[in-house]
Design a protein around this ligand. Sequence first.
Ligand SMILES: [Fe+2]
Ligand SMILES: [Fe+2]
Length: 248
Amino acid sequence: MVVVAQISDLHFDGTAEHRDRVTAVLDYLDHTGRNGTPVSALLLSGDLTDQGAAAEYAELAANLVSDLPIVAVLGNHDDRAAYTAQFTGTPSIAPVNSALRLDDLLILGLDSSIPGRAEGELSDGTLAWARREIAAAGDVDVLLTWHHPPVTIGMPTMDARGLRNAADAAALVTEHPNIVGVVTGHVHTPAASVFAGRPLIVAPGVASTLNLPVEGTGWVNETQGPGLAFHVIDDHRLTTHFRTLSRW
Ligand SMILES: [Fe+2]
Ligand SMILES: [Fe+2]
């Protein structure tokens, strides 16, 4: 059994409000590690910053203090050049894809951002890279993460900004029975669906929670604290537990 934590949509923007919400979920993870079995990895599923500014990535680097191996992907609010400048020292506009191998699990973080656009796409190069990584890993479970959900989730404004080449992503999933699920962010709401016959999980937003139309006309749901997800991978099956920090 492997347990992986996911936080999403941190939107570092220089404000104490957003910084404090990130700190709260990281404190919760530390609490879990001190009193129980630490999680094996931490996924950051995009919109790490609000404007993709260098100062915001510096704020992310200063505040994201964790001993866990991290898989980070970029969202529509991020900037590849600013992100890579901060974390590799060399600015690059190429898609930011990364792999993390745990004992019996391969985690792939795929870049679904399109520079200057709100919607997402997995480029041909990113999809080819994912296929190579999965082939090289052999007989292990695979968990995929990227930012934009590839299915409609019932929030029209966000559904208009989803993954525009979902069929290409579905082909990748269908080709590989060892993919246990896809976990995304972007829509700032904890949600569960199905994609290409596998679980499609959306992590709660750390910075905010967005309303469904049935909850009212306001864009942001002010009653919800920052949240996180725990993904349990066991017996080739993904089971997700959501937490929302109620003391917020
Ligand atoms: Fe976001
Ligand atoms: Fe987003």
